[in-house]
Ligand binder design. Structure first.
Ligand code: UDP
Length: 237
C-alpha cells in the first residue's frame, strides 16, 4: 500500500492518502496538547504506544460486534484505516467522576457514578468543543436520529467490553472519548483512537493515574505511565 500525500495533520496524528480512495494511513506522533492547544509538549514514544493500544483494542471491539475503521497495522506508528467522514461529535462515556464532569457538577473526582453516562461535545476547536445534547446535535444537523442511536449503542458496548478487559489487568476505566465516522455507504464505524490520550486509566489498587492527566496536570513520569499501561494491556493476555 503506497503512502501518498498528507491530507491532514492534527495534534497527535498525520493522515495520508493511499492508492485506494477508500483507505488512509494514520501516522501517530509524540506531540501532545491539552486545554484546546494551550499546553504543548512531547511524550517520548507516545505515538508507538497509542498506535499499538488503539489497534489492539479496536481488534477486540470488532470481534465483539462494534465495527471500526481498523484495517491493518503497518508499522510501529502507522496503521491502514478505512476512510470515513468524521461525525463532528466527541462522545464521552464516564464511569467515575473526573475532569470536566467533576468541575461542572461539583462532584469530587473519584466519585463512582450511579450509572455510566454518555455526553456529546460538538467537535469544533474554535468554540472549544461545547457540551451539547441530542437535540442540539439534530438541530445543528451533525447526525441523524438513527446515527445517534447507533453511536450510543456502540459507545456503551465499548464501555462494557473495555471496562471488563481493563479490570482483569488491575486498571479502572474512569472515562473515555470516542469518535465515530461514516463510510461511503453511510455505515457508522468507530474511528480515531482509543489510547491513554483519550481515556482515563487509574490503577485499581493505588489510584495512580496512567494516562494523559499526568501531562495535563504536570504530575511527572508521563512516559513511564504510558509504558506501564501498554505493558499492562499486552502482558495481561
Ligand atoms: N477527552 C479527549 N479529548 C478531549 C476531551 C476529553 O480525549 O478533547 C477524554 C479525556 O481524556 C477523558 C474523557 O475524554 O478520558 C473526559 O474528559 P473531560 O470531559 O473530563 O475533559 P478534561 O478534563 O480532559 O478537559
Amino acid at each position: 500500500m503506497e503512502k501518498k500525500e498528507m491530507i491532514y495533520e492534527g495534534k497527535a496524528k498525520k493522515v495520508f492518502r493511499t492508492d485506494d480512495p477508500a483507505l488512509l494511513i494514520v501516522d501517530y506522533k509524540d506531540d501532545a496538547t491539552a486545554f484546546n492547544g494551550q499546553k504543548r509538549g512531547t511524550i517520548g514514544g507516545k505515538g508507538i504506544i497509542n498506535n499499538k493500544m488503539s489497534n489492539y483494542l479496536m481488534a477486540i471491539l470488532e470481534k465483539e460486534g462494534v465495527p471500526t475503521h481498523l484495517v491493518q497495522e503497518l508499522s510501529e506508528r502507522e496503521t491502514l484505516v478505512k476512510c470515513v467522514k468524521i461525525v463532528p461529535l466527541e462522545v464521552i462515556i464516564r464511569n467515575i467522576a473526573a475532569g470536566s464532569f467533576s468541575a461542572r457538577y461539583g462532584v469530587e473526582e473519584g466519585t463512582p457514578l450511579k450509572i455510566s453516562t454518555i455526553e456529546f461535545s460538538y467537535k469544533n476547536d474554535d468554540l472549544g468543543d461545547p457540551l451539547i445534547n441530542d437535540y442540539h446535535a439534530l438541530a445543528l444537523g451533525l447526525a441523524t436520529e438513527k446515527e445517534i442511536e447507533t453511536i450510543k449503542k456502540y459507545a456503551f458496548k465499548v464501555n462494557d467490553v473495555l471496562r471488563a478487559l481493563w479490570a482483569k489487568r488491575g486498571v479502572t476505566l474512569v472515562d473515555f472519548k470516542l469518535e465515530f465516522g461514516r463510510l461511503a455507504d453511510g455505515t457508522i464505524v468507530l474511528a480515531d483512537e482509543i489510547s491513554p490520550d483519550t481515556c482515563r486509566f487509574w490503577d485499581a489498587e493505588t489510584g495512580k493515574k496512567l494516562d494523559k492527566d499526568r501531562f495535563r496536570r504536570d504530575l511527572g513520569n508521563v512516559e513511564d505511565a504510558y509504558t506501564e499501561i501498554i505493558g499492562r494491556l499486552v502482558d495481561g493476555e
